[in-house]
Design a binder for this molecule. Structure first.
Ligand code: RIB
Length: 299
């Protein structure tokens, strides 16, 4: 059986719950403050591991108290930690405010994630048929090197370019599956796309930036669901749930698509499973701890 390798960020999420988000210059009282494991890399690895898939996470932690807590959490999930380094910096930290209406703001301080240089991933055991995932909370050069190595080994590469920035054409060229939300897609194609934009318009925008026929773009549409762009656009409808915390939902989706690809060759089925997983994730607090277990998806 193949495995998923996630090369990405590990953060401690400092999550405050507030009635409403503060305006600029305003102070509001929060109800609670929690310290929960997060970071796009760890969230995606947690989503894969909970699907029962062998998962390696390559990342960089600091030397602080957060690092020990994060490492223990990763170990307990059964994620392989051989490629998690320690460096002389504070661990990545995300400051997240979640309002009663589900809106949130996030400030991420990369800390040790910025130290995940390409030489630290040089020895990754990537095999033909593995799925390799990256996001943009680690240095861009590391993402490029990882994907170049993955393609050489015959692995499938999945890029979740978040937080969004320009994707260099040589990185796009070695990306098999791009997973973006509608706002990120809007940035990439220079258009304003939002929850109000029709699925047809979003599919057309995605097809416009798809460099090659063989490449796939999956666009997540929040509670509406997700679509696979291509000649035959496929739309998978979302599940109606009472969302209390959407932080990490996109990571859940990307991680479950990657995990499911190892056992199911039908991408539409993978997207349907990922949609269901994300709809469970948003009903729970936190990011990495909110990822659903395999049995919740296939009962
Ligand atoms: O995608 C959600 C994640 O973004 C959070 O866990 C936080 O750490 C930020 O990186």
């Amino acid at each position: 059986m193949n495995k998923v390798i996630v090369v990405g960020s590990i953060n401690m999420d400092v999550i405050t719950r507030v009635a409403r988000l503060p305006q600029t210059g305003e102070t509001v009282s929060g109800y609670s403050a929690e310290y929960l494991p997060g970071g796009k890399g760890l969230n995606q690895a947690a989503a894969c591991a909970k699907m029962g898939i062998e998962t390696i996470l390559a990342g960089c932690l600091g030397q602080d108290v957060f690092a020990d807590r994060l490492y223990d959490f990763i170990k307990k999930l059964g994620i392989k930690t051989d490629y998690i380094r320690r460096c002389d910096k504070e661990s990545g930290t995300a400051f997240i405010n979640v309002a009663e209406n589900g809106q949130n703001t996030i400030v991420v301080v990369p800390g040790s994630n910025a130290e995940l240089s390409a030489d630290k991933i040089a020895v990754l055991p990537i095999d033909r048929g593995d799925v390799v995932i990256c996001q943009f909370e680690i240095p861009l050069n590391t993402v490029m090197e990882t994907f170049a190595k993955a393609k050489k080994a015959g692995a499938t590469t999945l890029l979740n370019p978040s937080p969004i920035r320009h994707i260099p054409s040589d990185l796009l060229a070695v990306t098999d599956i791009l997973v973006v939300n509608e706002t990120e897609l809007g940035f990439l194609c220079g258009k304003k796309l939002s929850e109000q934009t029709s699925a047809e318009e979003i599919a057309a925008a995605a097809n416009n930036i798809r460099p090659q026929e063989s490449q796939t773009i999956i666009v997540t549409l929040g509670s509406r669901g997700a679509l696979i762009a291509g000649q035959d656009v496929y739309f998978a409808e979302g599940h109606k749930v009472n969302a209390i915390d959407t932080v990490g939902a996109g990571d859940c989706f990307a991680g479950v698509v990657a995990a499911r690809l190892l056992t199911c060759k039908d991408l539409r089925e993978c997207v349907r499973t990922a949609n269901l997983a994300a709809s469970i994730c948003v009903t729970r607090k936190g990011a990495a701890p909110a990822m659903p277990h395999h049995d919740e998806l296939f009962s």
